[in-house]
Design a protein around this ligand. Structure first.
Ligand SMILES: [Mg+2]
Length: 120
């Protein structure tokens, strides 16, 4: 069965870009969320195998969302989507239980490599 993915980013074009890369490579994008609060809700509802998580978002940021999701499901597999200059936040996310990170602008090969490693 295809691996179920939840994509979290406040920018619609970023979600579209990741969705495009993953669905072309056999992953099943089951949901999207545009902030951390919605991400937590969708995670509970959809129980994805993997979540890609933006850091800077309104309502609740990606770091807080990782902490919430990990509280509900210690085995959650989350990959952070970061921008240049967010190293400190990436470290905090990893310490909070995120598996890996990818840096914007996204390179399809790097996205797929991180996803394969995370779920493999
Ligand atoms: Mg953002």
């Amino acid at each position: 069965m295809a691996i179920k993915v939840l994509i979290v980013d406040d920018a619609a074009f970023m979600r579209m870009m990741i969705k495009d890369i993953l669905s072309k490579n056999g992953y099943d994008v089951v949901g999207e969320a545009e902030n951390g609060l919605k991400a937590v809700e969708k995670y509970q509802e959809l129980k994805p195998d993997l979540t890609t998580m933006d850091i800077t978002m309104p309502e609740m940021d990606g770091i807080a969302a990782v902490k919430e999701i990990k509280k509900m499901d210690a085995g959650a597999i989350i990959i952070m989507c970061s921008a240049m200059g967010q190293q400190a936040m990436v470290i905090e996310a990893i310490q909070s239980g995120a598996r890996d990170f990818i840096v914007k602008p996204f390179q399809p090969d790097r996205v797929l490599e991180a996803v394969r490693k995370a779920v493999g």
